[in-house]
Design a protein around this ligand. Structure first.
Ligand code: ADQ
Length: 511
């Protein structure tokens, strides 16, 4: 409370993200049913004391009529959410196009799809214009709800133009922007045609945050190399005005996971799973079906492990839970055509996954199960779906090894969630060195290059045969990190830092 420096008042916080943390279903002309999705950001902000937060974002549905819009606005108000209404065309150009077909792959060091490259280049300008229009629509809703002193926290690559829109409207707004994905090396970033305009807009924010120090450093180098501005240890300076740039690694609400493990329903799941897989080691992958998550590479590595370690056939099972996300983004580079193998509110729909990748994964899984399965057991259980929270916690708890092999990932919360649920089992985490989480869990996890399937296969063997002493030691390190660097700390630190940054800037002006 003191850290927020609010002198007895609750800090009003407007959280602006592409998606609201709800799914909305229309039940009639003026009837909506809403379900809150408890993503990382939601639980992070719920845990921050003395903050009065409201959400501004798109509800993920097209509502062309005014009756529907008014009804949805009313229903959302009860959940402290404020909708931005985007029509189908703008969603297509801004969201499917510019955000998910251009920024998402670029920020994850993946190339554009070969067949789409020219079309993307041709459509670039119209998609960028739609992106700016959409950002302006978010800003318009912020203006309607803004009160002096509010903190405005903009999230992610969908809203890089928003800080500029807000500051153009009122220079005194306290604006922070946080990126949930990696920020790529300036050598990659500089290929973006709208590179300067986006950087200049982000620099309008008072505080710019990233998951890791490396992403922050890449951003500062992009500003120095592309805009010719001065990078300082504090951030980026432009004509005497400082934009503070820093790393704020996100965490999870680890207590929520620990509490869930005590629930009878979760205990029941755990005992069912334990019986079901008795006599076999269980390995787990939980990912969105997105090219950045490296699911095909992970399964190929598992195949290699089985090929080279016949004694493990029938004694280990891989459970891969892959929730399909977006299927309407023109797909998708094969994950193998990346530029460089040598590259919650979590927005549940912002991933360019797509049907072809699902087919690719099915094909590999079918082949491996055909090759190594028996009449009574298969080595891979692959599910194309999301699991509810209790089932997910139970799976995390019974698993001997978790495999997180993202080709790139801003942070990766699955690795944190797994560790939080492993209090008694002390399972092993195999973690991609290209996930932000590698910087915090690197000392406890086995780090791998996900492109090197031989290395991943060897790590699987190492994990399965690891001594209990080593497992214990590795787990202790990770558990201490996950339970002390929580989502609440992350959100509180960001908001505090934003308040302080603005206060210091005002002081400098007065002096
Ligand atoms: P995501 O790419 O969505 O987030 P991640 O951080 O792993 O990646 O979070 C995924 C969340 O979805 C986790 O809470 C997980 O439990 C849940 N989830 C995934 N698959 C699921 C399934 N099949 N069933 C049920 N739940 C599932 C983006 C960035 C990340 C960054 C986060 C937060 O891409 O790098 O860590 O934002 O900043």
């Amino acid at each position: 409370f003191r850290r927020l420096g609010l002198r007895g008042m609750k800090q009003r916080l407007l959280v602006v993200a592409n998606r609201l943390p709800v799914s909305a279903n229309r039940r009639g002309e003026d009837q909506w049913s809403l379900e809150i999705s408890a993503g990382g950001l939601v639980s992070a902000l719920l845990g921050v004391k003395d903050v009065d937060a409201k959400w501004i974002g798109w509800a993920g549905v097209n509502v062309p009529d005014e009756v529907g819009q008014r009804a949805l606005t009313r229903a959302l108000a009860e959940k402290r959410c404020i909708p931005v209404f985007l029509d189908e065309e703008i969603v297509h150009q801004y969201y499917n196009g510019y955000c998910n077909n251009i920024l998402w792959p670029l920020f994850h060091y993946l190339g554009l799809p070969q067949e789409d490259r020219l079309a993307t280049t041709r459509n670039f300008e119209s998609q960028f214009n739609a992106y700016k229009r959409a950002n302006q629509m978010f800003a318009d809703v912020v203006y309607q709800h803004y009160q002096e002193g509010d903190v405005i926290w903009c999230h992610d690559y969908h809203l890089m133009f928003l800080p500029k829109c807000l500051k153009d409207h009122d220079i005194n707004m306290k604006v922070g922007w946080f990126l949930h994905t990696p920020f790529p090396s300036s050598e990659i970033y500089r290929t973006l045609p709208s590179r300067s305009e986006l950087l200049r807009s982000v620099l309008c924010a008072d505080l710019v945050g990233f998951h890791t120090y490396d992403y922050a450093r890449h951003f500062v180098s992009a500003c120095t190399r592309i805009l010719g501005l001065e990078g300082t240890p504090e951030g980026v300076e432009d004509q005497g005005r400082l934009t503070r740039v820093a790393a704020f690694p996100i965490g999870i609400d680890s207590e929520r996971f620990k509490r869930a493990l005590e629930l009878p329903a979760v205990k029941r799941h755990i005992s069912e799973l334990t019986q079901r897989f008795a006599g076999r080691k269980v390995m787990l992958g939980v990912d969105r079906l997105d090219m950045i998550k490296g699911i095909p590479q992970k399964i190929l590595a598992f195949e290699k492990f089985l090929e080279e370690n016949h004694e493990w056939n029938d004694k280990v099972v891989l459970l891969q839970i892959a929730v399909p996300t977006r299927t309407d983004v023109p797909e998708c580079m094969s994950p193998f055509c990346a530029l460089s193998p040598i590259y919650t509110l979590c927005d549940s729909t912002s991933m360019s996954a797509g049907v072809p990748q699902m087919h690719e994964v099915h094909e590999i899984v079918g082949r491996i199960n055909g090759r190594f399965g028996t009449l009574t057991a298969v080595p891979i259980h692959h599910l194309d779906r999301s699991l509810d929270f209790h089932a997910l916690c139970a799976l995390y708890a019974v698993t001997d090894v978790a495999l997180v092999t993202s080709l790139r990932d801003g942070m990766n919360l699955v690795s944190y969630e797994y560790v939080a649920c492993q209090g008694s089992k002390k399972g092993v985490l195999i973690l991609s060195e290209f996930a932000g989480a590698a910087q915090s869990l690197g000392a406890g996890a086995i780090l791998v290059n996900p492109w090197n399937i031989t290395e991943v296969a060897d790590s699987i063997k190492h994990a399965l045969t690891m001594s209990s002493d080593e497992r214990e030691k590795r787990h202790r390190h990770n558990y201490a990190h996950v339970t002390t660097h929580t989502a609440q700390d992350w959100a509180e630190t960001f908001v505090c830092e934003l308040n302080e940054t603005v206060a210091e800037a005002q002081l400098r002006i007065r002096q």
